[in-house]
Design a protein around this ligand. Sequence first.
Ligand code: IMP
Ligand code: MG
Length: 180
Amino acid sequence: MDPHHVKDILISSKEIEARVGQLVGEIAESTSTENLVLIGVLRGSFMFIADLVRDFNNHGLHPRIDFMTLESYGAGTSSSGNVRVTKDIRVDVTGADVLIIDDILDSGRTLSFAVKHLQNNGAETVKTCTLLDKPSKRVIDIVSDFNGFTVEDVFVVGYGLDYDSYYRELPHIAKVTFTD
Ligand code: IMP
Ligand code: MG
């Protein structure tokens, strides 16, 4: 399968590594560490989460960690309106300070749904951390509390992000050029 060109590297693995390190510092500085629960939104955030939390111990952060899978109906490169939970959290977030980790903030539907879902589950506070922000595509007014990089309106893959489940393994963020 190679109908796409994914050779244009937008953000290198070195740049990601450096920025992820900074993000952990930002999170440690301005997040309550008492009853912290980190919720990763699968599947696109798996690599980002793994790299982020690897550095947590050095910053005295010891959250409970869990995952949820959210999907919006429809395939292709833009999400549809309806977000649903296909794998819910197992951890009890009642009274907890929750930090949601997601790969990219695009229309904002997925992340705003996730925030509401965690609030509905009794979280005391809910903050968000995204690797990428594509502000040009925003439909719902939401700002991420912590964000790695802002990208222009292009479709990106790598470092966990996919096109049709491919390219998640790339260690960098690449731009996809559709050739047909
Ligand atoms: P939103 O609900 O429109 O904000 O969409 C967020 C979700 O769409 C992300 O969690 C990704 O799974 C997916 N997504 C949005 N833009 C891209 C992209 O450029 N590459 C890969 N996935 C994307
Ligand atoms: Mg996603």
